[in-house]
Design a protein around this ligand. Structure first.
Ligand SMILES: Nc1ncnc2c1ncn2[C@@H]1O[C@H](COP(=O)(O)OP(=O)(O)OP(=O)(O)O)[C@@H](O)[C@H]1O
Length: 627
């Protein structure tokens, strides 16, 4: 029995080292504590949400306290997530509407503030947050950056600092500590850090903060939100200053939500465009003005092809998030167009790439587009997993997986759970199976309509359907509060991302210092993954089940041998750096911060010596007071 602490509660998990299926359930799911299952109600979920949007707009536009309260009430009764309920388009979520009369920072709008920052649905830093700071940080490139020690000392725009505090961020994570100075000093950036370590804020905070002081000068004119009438007010072209590209729709809307928070009380207006969403509604949002545009590649290119609606000529920053997935997914042409195929003035643009893992193809993309003096920051071994996760591997027969799954769900206390499968068909089958067994589940994959996808994620976030079945790609980057269990119903085979994909998947739990549990079903078909899987388990001090013991590297004695001596198959980037010649001849030359002694590689030599974030005295802990 392991006592398992989640953010708010302690849950007892009878886990650890199960190498056979748990015993058969004797109770119904509801007797076991799962909420009742809910079917997908197309009529209800497709209802217009005009009322709620109108109230929010009224509250937002007029700062009318009564309307604000009414809107907040509506949001609450609707059981909404971020101000949206089932049936709403994520791209229509309320943003701060700027009026020309405002000074440097706009007034507070309580209803919107509550919606953006007050939600129980946001992931809160967990009890292991401090451990994130102990992870080794490697910085490579021409410049040695001094990490910022606290948000207060980071030189953030006052509006950004206030938003960071409203979001409840006390201390920057290592990736944030290094990315802030990189952006402030105007470097291009490649950054990799573990799943759930705050990479989104690592680019949003410094970029938006830097633009806040100059927004009035740089941003395109936009209509007055108080008098704007769709179809009547002459529309303006969207001319974003920041473009953030990511591989899936769910992630795009999630980044949009973060951007809505960080743009609060400022002139910067975020918008999101993604495939499957209604073009007209996305166009309606764009024509109100757009300074920060988040999008998936296909839909972005559709709009780039309509220069009367969207132009990239004002662009100052391009961020590629989940860069490894972006380069793997056949988006070459789209990425080429987004990076420099539109009307953007490439000389004015800073490029940033973020991911938890960085394969060679992603590095090649970086080499093509990033300035030679770009900074490279890597937190921990590329692709290594968190130590705050328990990883269980259960041996099973392919034919037994369904009953194993049911037993597993019924043998643990109910908790928000994501089940990963390798194909859309399996996704549907598993969904049917566990739904018909009375469990409250929902599912998502790329053949679902966008409406279904958004509702499915929202139902999961809200806890209405606390079990989500997903294919790997559709759940890339998802950041959902209180996911305490990830189940790999299918392990990702090496052809489909292998161990990197495994890490991305299990990273949906145990985020930002929370604890989590990952259980994977292992069958004979997963033998190809066994070596890498065992090393990953050893690296994070997980017990090795008997059936995998033969894959323990020779000479390694679990519990005795130091895991840091494990030899991992070099990731592409490490391999490249083994024979790194880039440093020679001064490509990685001297720095304005502190001269680099010699060419830096990804991690091997003095130049790339790890810096422990907590080596820096003065990293502040959260006082909390005075916010
Ligand atoms: N400094 C911080 N303090 C507290 N919470 C933070 C901080 N930075 C980010 N967070 C929160 O941590 C969560 C995880 O962040 P995020 O989704 O950016 O992780 P990520 O590194 O991009 O993960 P992935 O690789 O899985 O996409 C988010 O809910 C975010 O709001």
């Amino acid at each position: 029995m392991t006592i398992w602490e989640t953010n708010d509660k302690v849950v007892a998990h009878s886990v650890v080292q199960v190498d056979t299926a748990p015993s058969a359930p004797t109770k119904t799911p509801q007797e076991h504590g799962w909420v009742a299952k809910t079917g997908y109600n197309y009529t209800e979920y497709n209802k217009s949400n005009k009322q709620i949007s109108e109230d929010i707009e009224l509250a937002n536009g007029e700062n009318n306290e009564a309307a604000a309260t009414a809107a907040a009430g509506l949001i609450e009764t609707a059981g909404a997530v971020g101000g949206l309920k089932l049936g709403d388009w994520s791209g229509n979520a309320a943003v701060y509407e700027w009026s020309e009369e405002y000074g440097d920072i706009g007034p507070v709008f309580p209803a919107l503030e509550k919606q953006l920052f007050g939600s129980e649905f946001h992931v809160k830093a967990g009890i292991e947050f401090e451990k994130i700071r102990e992870i080794e940080v490697f910085q490579e490139g021409v410049t040695r950056l001094s990490p910022v020690r606290s948000f207060d000392d980071a030189g953030l725009h006052p509006a950004m600092l206030a938003n960071v505090k409203l979001a409840g961020y006390c201390t920057p994570t290592p990736i944030q500590a290094y990315s802030m100075p990189a952006v402030f000093k105007g470097y291009d950036l490649i950054a990799s850090a573990q799943t759930g370590s705050g990479k989104t804020a690592a680019f949003l905070i410094p970029i938006l903060s830097k633009l806040m002081g100059k927004a009035k000068k740089l941003a395109a004119p936009r209509p007055n939100p108080a008098t704007f009438q769709p179809g009547i007010t002459p529309f303006v072209r969207a001319e974003p200053l920041v473009l953030i590209v990511c591989p899936n729709r769910e992630l795009a809307t999630q980044i949009f939500d973060e951007a809505r928070r960080f743009c609060y009380r400022t002139m910067l207006r975020p918008c999101v465009i993604y495939g499957g969403g209604p073009v007209v509604e996305q166009f309606n949002q764009l024509q109100k003005g757009c300074d920060v545009l988040i999008g998936t590649p296909g839909r972005l290119c559709d709009f780039i092809d309509r220069p009367h609606i969207l132009t990239l000529k004002r662009l100052r920053y391009i961020v590629i998030d989940e860069a490894d997935e972006m380069v793997h997914s056949d988006w070459d042409q789209e990425l080429g167009k987004i990076m420099n195929g539109g009307d953007q003035e490439t000389g004015n643009i800073k490029y940033m790439m973020f991911s938890a893992t960085f394969p060679k193809v992603a590095r090649e993309l970086a080499a093509r587009h990033l300035a030679p003096d770009h900074c490279r920051i890597r937190v921990g071994r590329a692709g290594s997993t968190h130590r705050n996760l328990i990883q269980n591997i259960i041996q099973t027969d392919p034919a037994q997986k369904r009953s194993c799954l049911l037993d597993l769900l019924m043998s643990l206390p109910p908790s928000r759970t994501i089940i990963f499968v390798n194909s859309k068909r399996t996704c549907d089958e598993v969904d049917d199976h566990i739904f018909n067994s009375g469990l409250p589940c929902t599912s998502i994959h790329s053949d679902r309509t966008q409406r279904e996808r958004e509702d499915s994620i929202r139902a999961f976030r809200m806890g209405k359907c606390p079990i989500l079945i997903a294919t790997g790609v559709s759940a890339r980057g998802l950041d959902i509060a209180n996911v305490s269990h990830v189940i790999n119903y299918d392990l990702p085979s090496p052809q489909y991302g292998g161990i990197d994909e495994y890490m991305h998947r299990i990273g949906r739990t145990g985020r930002i210092g929370n604890k989590g549990l990952a259980t994977s079903f292992f069958t004979d078909r997963d033998e190809d993954l066994a070596d890498a899987l065992v090393k990953t388990l050893l690296e994070t001090n997980q017990p090795i089940p008997e059936f995998l013991e033969s894959h323990i590297p020779e000479g390694f004695i679990p519990g005795e041998t130091d895991p840091s001596t494990l030899k991992f198959e070099l990731s592409d980037e490490e391999e490249a750096d083994e024979g790194n010649t880039e440093g020679e001849g001064g490509v990685w030359g001297a720095s304005e911060d502190a001269p680099a002694a010699s060419g830096g590689g990804w991690g091997a030599d003095a130049d790339a010596a790890p810096a422990k974030a907590d080596d820096n005295s003065g990293w502040n802990s959260c006082g909390g007071a005075g916010w």
